[in-house]
Ligand binder design. Structure first.
Ligand SMILES: NC(=O)c1ncn([C@@H]2O[C@H](COP(=O)(O)O)[C@@H](O)[C@H]2O)c1NC=O
Length: 520
């Protein structure tokens, strides 16, 4: 059936005038609430105010506007049931065929640091969700639009189908409407269960945590082929996050591709100089900074050419043709950069299967990290701490040189992205050997030095980072014997004295960060 009467009541008024004008041209009668009606009338659109339509003026500072049987019966009546149709006729209530509503901006209001509880409560929309839910429930007869982005598609449908909207489109709109009210109520619950005290102070973690993510795409499979998987993203896109990727070419991204691409992108983003990060199985197997993407790539690759095979490679600068050509000479699963030159894109296009992503280089962090455990969810704030040179404490007789200090900070940044226990040897802005994910720190130290040897890289004169303190001197002895002359670690072990003495005994410099970077 065609749309004859619409009710428009929106807080976000973007695009509403043009939309209402188009509806009016299509012969639709428009009902509207206070502010929306004023805006439409001023733009020359004929509207009937809800108060005069119901004969019941808005009251209680707008708390009651549309909450009236004439509105809700008009929305909820089933057009396929003669009893409903005749009940409307008997009560002289015209049907409402289209509901265009978006809600009071609750999330934006409570995001203000000085938002009071009273303000928050006043921004809980009551009449809006009631209409949205009514219209969505009755989607067989009513179309409901909660997102201005859907105005053009609705108009297109109406224009091509003589004022009608297809049942499929109405169903999709209804799904979106219920998701809209669910997210809205979730935000209210998160807020109310996180406040305490007279000043509505917010705790980081609400008593009820309502999460709201939207499907980007189902994935072919999960971590293994027998597992099903999908990728969801935060509807409030975090600036510069992997989820804002654009895929320029290549096969469909897999579950592991996305997880590794995230590790690569988060790591490469932390560097200011041109950097390249190569990830395998969630760990960096090569990281370097240099004066160009090509130079950084070559150094990163040389850390561990064997492991780099089939890696995920990220850059923090525009990928140019020379870097693209070099990367294409190895087997690579995913390439990520903020932009690509046209020449680089042509170069990459020669291997059509390689997945190529661009992600805007912006600073942004997830508010929370999540890890699922049996029957529960671990939630924490992200590890977005970066130590500065003045936070470092030299604990040995030998001081690090300026170059060593730079390399120690570089090694420390890399170690943050290596699974614990992490040991990272570096020199001159590049990794030389990475020991990752071992149950003992001393084994990680041995593995890192073995890997450097396998890649024909000398550790003589290198620096080394340990993501957490050395519990005994044995780990330190291994890295010093391998050639390290300066060490960065958090400190804080009960045996710090023993470890410092070991460093002094062997004439190496050691600095404490006072911060640990476990990563599991
Ligand atoms: N109280 C009601 O009956 C009611 N009916 C609609 N609203 C909301 O009022 C807003 C639009 O108001 P206005 O047209 O006055 O700018 C919309 O976000 C809509 O969801 C209401 N407001 C709050 O509950």
């Amino acid at each position: 059936m065609s749309i004859k009467q619409a009710l428009i009541s929106v807080s976000d008024k973007s695009g509403i005038v043009e939309f209402a004008q188009a509806l009016h041209k299509l012969g639709v009668t428009i009902l509207s609430t206070g502010g929306t009606a004023r805006l439409l009338r001023d733009a020359g659109v004929a509207v009937t105010e809800v108060g005069s339509y119901t004969g019941f003026p808005e009251m209680l500072d707008g708390r009651v506007k549309t909450l009236h049987p004439k509105i809700h019966a008009g929305i909820l009546a089933r057009r396929d049931l003669s009893e409903h149709v005749s009940a409307l006729e008997k009560a002289e209530i015209p049907a409402i065929d289209l509901v265009v509503v978006n809600l009071y901006p609750f999330s934006q209001t409570v995001a203000q640091p000085d938002c009071s509880l009273e303000e928050a409560i006043e921004n809980i929309d009551i009449g809006g969700p009631t209409m949205v839910r009514a219209a969505a429930k009755n989607y067989q007869s009513v179309a409901v639009v909660t997102d201005p982005a859907d105005y053009p598609a609705l108009l297109d449908e109406m224009k091509t189908a003589g004022g009608e909207v297809t049942p499929e489109f109405r169903f999709r709109l209804a799904c979106k409407a219920f998701s809209h009210t669910a997210a809205y109520d979730g935000a209210i619950s998160n807020y109310l269960t996180s406040i305490e005290g007279e000043n509505a102070q917010r705790r980081t973690f609400p008593e009820r945590l309502n999460l709201n993510f939207s499907l980007v795409q189902p994935l072919r499979y999960g971590e293994n082929p027998h597992q099903q998987a999908a990728f969801y993203r935060d509807p409030q896109l975090v600036p510069g996050s992997l989820a804002s990727y654009r895929q320029l070419q290549g096969k469909e991204l897999s579950y592991n591709n996305i997880a590794d691409a995230d590790a690569a992108w988060e790591c490469v983003k932390t560097f200011d100089s041109p950097a390249c990060v190569i990830i395998k199985h969630a760990n960096p197997c090569g990281v370097a900074i240099s004066d160009s993407p090509l130079a950084a790539y070559k150094l990163a690759f040389a850390t561990d050419p064997t492991s780099a095979f089939g890696g995920i490679i990220a850059f923090n600068r525009t990928l140019d043709a020379s870097a693209a050509e070099a990367v294409m000479s190895q087997f690579v699963e995913v390439i990520i950069a903020p932009q690509m030159t046209d020449e680089a894109r042509q170069m990459l296009a020669r291997k059509a299967n390689v997945r190529v992503l661009t992600v805007p280089l912006q600073a942004g962090n997830n508010a929370h990290d999540f890890k699922r455990v049996g029957g529960g969810l671990l939630v924490q704030t992200p590890d977005n701490l970066n130590v500065t040179p003045n936070q470092l404490k030299v604990v040995t007789e030998v001081q690090p040189t300026a170059q060593q200090l730079q390399d120690l900070l570089f090694a420390w940044r890399v170690a943050k992205f290596v699974k614990s226990n992490a040991i990272v040897f570096c020199a001159n802005g590049r990794t030389l050997g990475v020991g990752a994910g071992q149950m003992s720190r001393v084994d990680s130290a041995r593995i890192a030095s073995i890997k450097a040897g396998n890649a024909n890289l000398t550790l003589a004169g290198s620096v080394v980072a340990s993501d957490a303190f050395f519990p005994f001197r044995d780990g330190l002895d291994v890295v010093v014997q391998a050639g390290a002359v300066a060490v960065i670690q958090p400190g804080g072990s009960v045996r710090d004295e023993e470890v410092i003495a070991a460093a002094d005994e062997q004439g190496v410099a050691m600095v404490f960060t006072g911060v640990r970077h476990f990563r599991h």
